[in-house]
Ligand binder design. Sequence first.
Ligand SMILES: Cc1ncc(COP(=O)(O)O)c(C=O)c1O
Length: 499
Amino acid sequence: MIIRKRVHSKLNKLDQNQTPIFDALMEYHKRDTIPYHVPGHKRGEGMDNKFKDFVGNNILSIDVTVFKLVDSLHHPTSSIKKAMELAADAYGADMSFISIHGTSGAIQAMILSVVSEGDKILVPRNVHKSITAGIILSGATPVYMDPEIDKNLGIAHGISADTVEETLKAHPDAAAVLVINPTYYGVASDIRRISEIVHSYNIPLIVDEAHGPHLGFNDRLPCSAMQAGADICAQSTHKIIGSMTQSSFLHVRSERIDIRRVQQVMNLLQTTSPLYPLMASLDVARMQIATKGKELLDKAIDLAEYVRTEVNKIPGLYCFGKEILGTPGSFAFDPTKITINSRGLGLTGYEMEQTLAEEYHIQFEMCDLYNILAVGSFGDTKENHDKLLTALREISAKHYGTKPEKREILDMPAIPELAITPRQAYYSKKKKSVPLRDSIGMVSAESLMAYPPGIAVVNPGEIITQEIIDYVQALKDANLMVQGTEDPAVENIKIICVE
Ligand SMILES: Cc1ncc(COP(=O)(O)O)c(C=O)c1O
């Protein structure tokens, strides 16, 4: 296999200026076609003005259904097929699939394409819930790998290559390995080395690249999954680059993955009524990143670095950058990510996020106990960044030195033993709720998550231990967050009744 090491755009064989899905819709619009097809609003004509007056007619005019001119997502033969080939060419894949169910849908399809009932799949413990859903749907047996925890920041970084190597040695019968590249906070592990390790077992490396659709288009960014030689990766194009929410790509290499099976799985999971403007926006976003990505990303990175430098001058705030690299789970960093740690102000990330939203009308992407996360992108401007910096300076001036620093982060208990698969636990009809303190030795039917660092303490199918119960109590005592059970107070947990 050729491992593409350079930026993707230098490798294109196709003319990346093309936008076949968007062009087909423009042709339909230009013809002023009379619609006797769904959707029933008929190019906006039958829609109430309340919505139409705000969104405008154009988007409604290209909200169409499957017919020859615009092609079919389930059986692509013309414009959609061409758009998939262009995406594969742009990203260095053999085929790219369009997901209109976001990366969650793409991840479920990715897992169902590589593992079946009883197969072992290695996954990080801090996975997104769509991965757990894929594991439940497939019936696979998860083998969890501990990510590296950054106690200072209170977040989980990547999985180290050594962890992958050791886990594979212990489970040489694994059918696939899944890693996250990069994390929500933009930290990536050594995915090239991981790829070599996984492929030495001749099994596929599958990647949750929700936060990496821009990787590979600028040398200042971490290596992309496809550049590292991964076999399949799901990307939230909508999260970081220019497409509309819910539109994602699933990129596939054919050496270890059956591309026809992937199409079948996508057809099994996806609606037969995809939103064409969504797919067109994905098509245009691919054109944009492939043809202008380098310059646009340079601008986004420069602006994010400006914010980072300025935030680090504000008392009580810290925005990490490349200085955190060098530990096992943090090999590379995406500088477009702006994580602001507010521990030094004695404020939680939740308090910071709410203050910014309510008092300054600045909405962050995510917050956790100690941090707020801003996603940097082509859409940023220096003017907006300056408004953010002014707000942060004001918040610091108000709070710095008035409260003690928040410090707590507790060591996680060991990953518990799996008694039955997550699928068996999910579908079990024999569940009941018991007090958590009485649940030692029982099989959990629920997940329990600890924040920070956002990692499952127990997952469905796992055996609850004394250590877990003590840890949950310690989290509560420290006013840290533990959640996931049906009982919001986490006094009770659902377990599987064993005869
Ligand atoms: C790491 C990770 N994977 C997968 C997803 C799911 O992506 P989507 O929202 O596009 O379904 C997310 C969403 O936040 C995520 O953070």
